[in-house]
Design a protein around this ligand. Sequence first.
Ligand SMILES: NC(=O)c1ccc[n+]([C@@H]2O[C@H](COP(=O)([O-])OP(=O)(O)OC[C@H]3O[C@@H](n4cnc5c(N)ncnc54)[C@H](OP(=O)(O)O)[C@@H]3O)[C@@H](O)[C@H]2O)c1
Length: 308
Amino acid sequence: MAARVVLSPSTCFPLTPAALRENTSIAARGLSCFPRRLSPASRRTAQSGRGALAAATMSSTVLVTGSGGRTGQIVYRKLKERAEQFVGRGLVRTEESKEKIGGADDVFVGDIRDAAALAPACQGIDALIILTSAVPKMKPGFDPSKGGRPEFFFEDGQFPEQVDWIGQKNQIDAAAAAGVKHIVLVGSMGGTDPNHPLNSIGNGNILVWKRKAEQYLADSGIPYTIIRAGGLQDTAGGVRELLVSRDDELLKTETRTIARADVAEVCVQALQIEEAKFKALDLASKPEGAGAPTSDFKSLFSQVTASF
Ligand SMILES: NC(=O)c1ccc[n+]([C@@H]2O[C@H](COP(=O)([O-])OP(=O)(O)OC[C@H]3O[C@@H](n4cnc5c(N)ncnc54)[C@H](OP(=O)(O)O)[C@@H]3O)[C@@H](O)[C@H]2O)c1
């Protein structure tokens, strides 16, 4: 069976056997930080609390797509933890992913390639956070112990053109039709270089299609924040100094990775900070222990000067 492999733009970006082992085992574990299902009591509390708080404080209804994914899960959980500010919703591709993040009624199941499937999830939302992505699979038969390079492919219909372009365009259109006030889109550094190695994976041109969707969002007129992350790591968030930049400048430095948890926090903070709107930023972090952990996100977004 083909293994699910994580794109790794952290190093420009060789998919080493060690990275593959780690990535495939992380994917297999699912990294779920959720109970399999919320207890009926928690669900009642969440629902009644949500209604009361929504009325009292005008909390913002936020849909996170790809909420069964590794960064999407963290965003969904953060929204739920901040129930005084947000009414969180998720969109996942399968019932299995829905169960993985707790199976709550506010998690919609739908395929982003199917425009019609997105309307129910988008109805009444104030903001959308896009965390979907095509994911390449490793061709079977690769033995890391023998060295060499694995080969990758995208399944039929799951190429970046369909998922990262059409699927993201569908989401932007559905959110626009719902009158959304802000869209946060997570993409990847590397998109300024058409010859970036990530584009050759599975002949997918993944960064090209992601960038096309980013452009579509920037041209939409809807307030947006495009976050182009460096290599994603499953390490603790909130313990590193974050770095913002533009035009893939960070790829020329040693600081080109970031914790998924930090990306998730930046997504949620973007919804609350005016300075984040109509901005595109490359995002990475200093190593832990170098610099002071970022806590002032208004100041972080204020450093961003690029609109694309
Ligand atoms: N990996 C890296 O180092 C890296 C670096 C920079 C940026 N990024 C980008 O950062 C973002 C988050 O990455 P991640 O690793 O956290 O994501 P991930 O775990 O790969 O999650 C991607 C999600 O997209 C969903 N998805 C794919 N096709 C879909 C479809 N047709 N309909 C609905 N949902 C669909 C997947 O659903 P299923 O769970 O059902 O498969 C999955 O939950 C992605 O855009 C990624 O490209 C990654």
